[in-house]
Design a protein around this ligand. Structure first.
Ligand code: MG
Length: 523
């Protein structure tokens, strides 16, 4: 387990220093800001004190399971929003809903890929790439090390297909201390906001003051306008509060009150509960509008799905707005409430010092644990293949290694980690379910309904379907019984008898699963 050597301790991160950090512009004109905000950034020795922070990642004792699942929801949710929005980048508003008037439960769902940069289906873009480079740096450095982050981003930039203008200019300098921006106004873009969401996990156990300093400092490396940093921090603070189970909206109000005077009115305006995107015709490539739109999308939605779709439907910088909205919505709703048809295909590539690394949905779960200071428990060794065995209407049961033998045209509904067994299966779903009792599944109903809906969608496409978990026992039984109940309207007891006659590995030792099914209604 990653454990930190010391708590921040001597780090001279105080409010006054933070204010000084944002005295970080070049001397080029910025008439709306007072002179103290135009001091040359690289000449500011105080700022350098913030450049290296060792801090404690997470805390096993203090993070209960629902909290962990909200944290994972934040990380995966941001990446999902980015990947789902990528095909619609620079397109007009409403195009997502025009393309998908209703949810696509079969096939590969709505993760179609494409867009300006030709993304693969489910591939995330520069937003998540930079976020993951930052996250890996934090894990590797046991905290925040500006020099290490800078090196990581410069390495990433060498092979990135899409790099924002402000970010690209800054990263052309060898040393972040030497960056000089031509126009300070150009750095109030959303490029620092978009990459900050992993810091909500990494700083979850830190006090606000310390977390704020880290977020503001990493933002300032590429974006010298203080609004870029404060926009990033306001978003991360709302995500942190959501992960902790608190109210993100009152947190936003509180943090806006701390914004430097000359910036506060703008943030107050776009983050007001009464603000809507119709109030603002500026590009959402700027930090104000991007943050305002993302917060609006989440605030007016009741589900993760609604929030991300609302964000993409605003058009313009759709991947970034949906990335920010997705991270916040994921922090509120948790990993199990993000549809599996979106998480399953999630992937991307990041150039790191150790080489090009591919991240899948499963890799993000591992990284999420590391950011929280946790280790994802190893999966038990594989058991002898069992199944696929037909249980009815084209649906089959199996354990992991049994399911791995099915032809690639089959639909695969997985309820455990799958390694790389199903990459060639186009129609697949990986659903997050933990085979433990109690609160280990924060949204069991959503996960089970996702499984049932996926099975039916694949069946309607004429595919044989295999449902499996690692051992083929408990989670497989949960999903197949739920599917039976949904199809026939039978009771849990009848579904139990039905499955016991058909699948010898079936087991119902998990009382939380049984209790859930006994009260569940599938319409
Ligand atoms: Mg992007």
């Amino acid at each position: 387990m990653r454990r930190l050597r010391s708590v921040i301790g001597s780090l001279a991160i105080t409010r006054s220093v933070v204010a000084y950090v944002f005295d970080s512009m070049t001397d080029h004109s910025l008439p709306s800001l007072p002179p103290r905000l135009r001091r040359p950034f690289h000449a500011d020795p105080t700022r350098h004190a913030l450049a290296h922070s060792t801090f404690a990642l997470g805390s096993v004792e203090r993070l209960d399971h629902p909290t962990r699942q909200r944290a994972l929801g934040c990380l995966v949710g941001g990446a999902v929003g980015d990947a789902l929005g990528a095909p619609f980048e620079f397109q007009p508003s409403g195009l997502y809903s025009e393309t998908f008037p209703s949810p696509v439960h079969g096939g590969i769902g709505e993760m179609i890929g494409g867009g300006t940069f030709g993304w693969a289906p489910g591939e995330f873009t520069d937003d998540t790439q930079m976020a993951l480079a930052l996250a890996c740096s934090v894990v590797e450095s046991f905290g925040y090390d500006a020099d290490h982050v800078w090196g990581s981003w410069r390495t990433w930039r060498r092979r990135a297909s899409d790099v924002g203008i402000t970010t690209s200019h800054a990263l052309s300098f060898d040393d972040w201390r030497e960056v000089e921006h031509q126009r300070i106004e150009s750095t109030m873009a959303n490029g620092a906001l978009m990459r900050s969401f992993p810091l909500a996990l990494a700083t979850i156990s830190l006090d606000d003051d310390i977390a704020r300093d880290v977020v503001l400092h990493q933002a300032s490396l590429t974006h010298h306008h203080p609004a870029a940093g404060w926009g990033a921090w306001i978003a991360v603070s709302a995500m942190r509060e959501s992960i902790r189970g608190g109210d993100p909206w009152s947190t936003i109000d509180r943090e806006v009150s701390l914004v430097p005077d000359e910036l506060r009115e703008e943030f107050s305006s776009v983050l007001s509960p009464t603000w809507t995107p119709a109030h603002d015709n500026r590009s959402n490539g700027n930090v104000w509008t991007c943050l305002g739109q993302a917060v609006w999308a989440v605030r007016q939605s009741t589900t993760y799905e609604e929030a991300v779709v609302a964000a993409i439907d605003l058009g313009g910088d759709t991947d970034t707005v949906a990335c920010v909205a997705g991270a916040l919505a994921g922090a509120i709703h948790g990993i199990q409430r993000i549809p599996s048809r979106w998480t399953t295909y999630l992937h991307g590539h990041v150039e790191l010092a150790t080489g090009r690394r591919t991240f899948t949905h499963a890799d993000l779960l591992v990284l999420g644990h590391e950011l929280l200071g946790l280790s994802l428990p190893d999966q038990a060794p594989g058991e002898s293949p069992a199944g696929p065995m037909h249980v009815g209407d084209g649906v089959h049961a199996a354990n992991l290694l049994g399911a791995a033998t099915v032809p690639t045209h089959w639909g695969v509904v997985s309820l455990c980690r799958t390694e790389d067994f199903f990459g060639a299966h186009e129609a697949r779903r990986q659903i997050y379910v933990v085979d433990k009792e109690g609160d280990r599944n924060a949204a069991l109903d959503i996960a089970v309904c996702d499984a049932v809906r996926s099975i039916e969608a694949f069946r309607r496409e004429g595919r044989p379907v295999v449902v499996h978990c690692h051992g083929g026992r408990s989670r497989t039984g949960l999903a197949l019984k739920a599917w039976r109940m949904a199809r026939t309207g039978c009771s849990e007891r009848d579904a139990h008898i039905w499955l016991k006659e058909r699948w010898p590995l079936y087991a119902d030792y998990n009382r939380t699963f049984v209790d859930y099914l006994r009260q569940a209604r599938f319409d």
